[in-house]
Design a protein around this ligand. Structure first.
Ligand code: ADP
Ligand code: MG
Length: 381
């Protein structure tokens, strides 16, 4: 009797346990795939995996026991990059990721178990995206620090050099004063002074592009500022370059340092002329006002943390050479120039001034497509 009663129980228990396990596998919220020890064939996968990959129950049934490649092919339509699944299953990396066509991200980890490999595919879209974003921000911060370091170094050298130049030029002027008007040595001294003056200008530019600088902030009207600056620039505009002004009257006022903003326009405008100089062409200068939502600001230079709102802007477009992506990535670096040595400070000053005004720069350019540079500064309340 006792024997008869216990016997079905003993047999029943493992069956129950495997039913419970089967249910756990069926309901398991994360996808997994079981592979053989060589990671060549698929021993099993759970319904969650089949659902994620859009496999019909029939197709899923066929794939149990199939090769890893066949599984990869069957899942291709659900994957952003079909080869990534095979690579992840192949365990080239202990942890990898697979992107779904709908934008979802799965984190893949492979675990050695007795019968082979258990590969888990966990949905981790939000976490992985946040990690990506953090990495991007960190990279940008490092880039910014590098630029600021370079700028500070350049500024420090320029200061020292400027002091030395003052001593050199002062002495040369004293000697020049002592020479008779018809002394042949005057010409040599004048050449020294001329070169010295050019070096001093370069120093000034370097100091301006490096230091935090003191801004003299006043209310100002951007269209007026642009119009006057363009008039001052007329003599240095190459003859083959035509300038077209499209200024919006009655723009809202902005708060800024007029002299500094003029420098910004000068740099951007001269770059446009230089991009055209060889064959000539058209430079368009426009002003306007735009409402900038935070998302749109994000894609601009120097706008990190800039508040959404109204910005007045000026914009210089040329139909010159344009820039490739590599040039665009470095255009604001101090001393970066595709022209000649000793150049490349124009846009690094622009960067400093725009940051000082809590503004932003938008650049649109491509090889042979010309360049459009828009400088935005916030409207004042
Ligand atoms: N409008 C433009 N068209 C083509 N390239 C440009 C333009 N503006 C800037 N660049 C690129 O950015 C570089 C850096 O500009 P900038 O800092 O003003 O230095 P520089 O003009 O002295 O070379 C230029 O050498 C050029 O390669
Ligand atoms: Mg320049």
């Amino acid at each position: 009797m006792t024997h008869a009663r216990t016997s079905p129980d003993v047999e029943e228990q493992p069956r129950k346990r495997s039913a419970v396990l089967a249910e756990a596998v069926a309901e398991w919220p994360h996808a997994f795939v079981l592979l053989d020890a060589a990671r060549r064939s698929v021993l099993a996968f759970n319904p969650r995996f089949a659902a994620l990959m859009g496999l019909t129950p029939q197709r899923a049934g066929e794939l149990h026991g199939a090769g890893v490649d066949a599984l990869g092919e069957a899942c291709a339509s659900a994957l952003a990059e079909p080869a990534a699944l095979a690579a992840a299953l192949d365990g080239e990396r202990a942890v990898g990721r697979v992107e779904l066509r709908d934008g979802g991200l799965l984190e893949v980890s492979a675990h050695r178990i007795q019968c082979g490999w258990l590969v888990l595919l966990e949905e981790a879209t939000a976490r992985l995206r946040a990690e990506d974003e953090r990495r991007t921000v960190e990279r940008r911060m490092r880039e910014l620090e590098r630029l600021e370091g370079l700028g500070a170094l350049a500024g420090g050298i320029a200061h020292e050099f400027n002091n030395l130049l003052t001593a050199m030029m002062g002495s040369a002027e004293l000697v020049l004063d002592q020479l008779a008007a018809d002394d042949a040595r005057r010409r040599q001294l004048e050449r020294i002074l001329d070169a010295g003056a050019r070096a001093a200008r370069l120093c000034e530019e370097m100091i301006a592009s490096a230091g935090p600088g003191a801004f003299e902030v006043r209310r100002l009207h951007l269209s007026d500022l642009v119009h006057h600056t363009l008039r001052l620039l007329q003599p240095s505009t190459p003859a083959r370059v035509r300038v077209e002004e499209r200024l919006t009257p009655e723009l809202p006022a902005t708060a800024g340092d007029a002299a500094q903003l003029r420098r910004v326009l000068e740099s951007v405008f001269l770059n446009a002329c230089e991009a055209l100089e060889a064959r000539g062409g058209l430079v368009r200068v426009a002003t306007g006002v735009s409402r900038m939502p935070a998302r749109q600001l994000e894609s601009l230079y120097f706008a990190s943390g800039a508040p959404a709102g109204d910005y007045v802007w000026f914009e210089v477009s040329d139909d010159g050479l344009g820039m490739d992506a590599a040039t665009q990535a470095r255009m604001f670096d101090p001393f970066f120039s595709t022209k000649f040595a000793g150049r490349g400070l124009g846009l690094s000053s622009v960067a400093r001034i725009v940051r000082g005004h809590k503004g932003a720069v938008e650049v649109e350019s491509g090889p042979g497509r010309g360049t459009r540079v828009r400088v935005l500064v916030p409207v004042c309340e």
